[in-house]
Design a protein around this ligand. Sequence first.
Ligand code: PLP
Length: 219
Amino acid sequence: MNRIVENIANLRLEIPSEVKIVAVSKSRSVEDIREVMSTGLICFGENRAMELYSKNEEIPEVEWHFVGHLQTNKVKYIAPFVKMIQSVDSFHLLNEINNQAEKYHRTIECLLQIHISAEKQKFGFSNEELFRLLEMPKLSSLQHVRICGLMGMATYTNIPALIRFEFRQLARLHQQVKERFFPESPFFTELSMGMSGDYPIAVEEGCTMVRIGRDIFGR
Ligand SMILES: *Cc1c(COP(=O)(O)O)cnc(C)c1O
């Protein structure tokens, strides 16, 4: 077996089948992506709009997720085809995604990114900012975005207790937001947390999606 196929087989042993694996393919070649697809995994995550745009030209059959900081002026390049934007971190961005999706008669699935880590530089809403957004009356007028859940990145650390604490906080927040703002929604179901270093903890804390790069493609 080649390395990528073997890596995926190992991940599948550890990750329950209900948890969706998003293969984070930033800076990886189209050949490597095809290798992953040969195992039946069709969902890929990218963090640069132009890289995603050009990869989609070559392999449009992929289910593409955007997982990085997205500038509003780049939304137009990916709006025609992107399935989910996991890293929505402002109302301004959500509004632009809605406008672009409308142009293409599409609905784009979105996750709201929450700042859960102890590091300053990571993007995302604080809990207060999140509640402020969800209380905005304008939100319900955005007919071309569908808020499907929350995403977060834990602190890059070798202290498992800290990672677990952060994921647990995010899972609690997800539950609260669901009860308060989306009680009847069949769509607000996703909790995207866990990467190569920390996905076993994320799985234990109830994630529905993991985003894995290095443990699939190599270091
Ligand atoms: C790069 C990246 C990942 C994957 O990281 P690995 O450590 O390679 O698994 C997951 N999520 C986001 C937002 C990323 O930018």
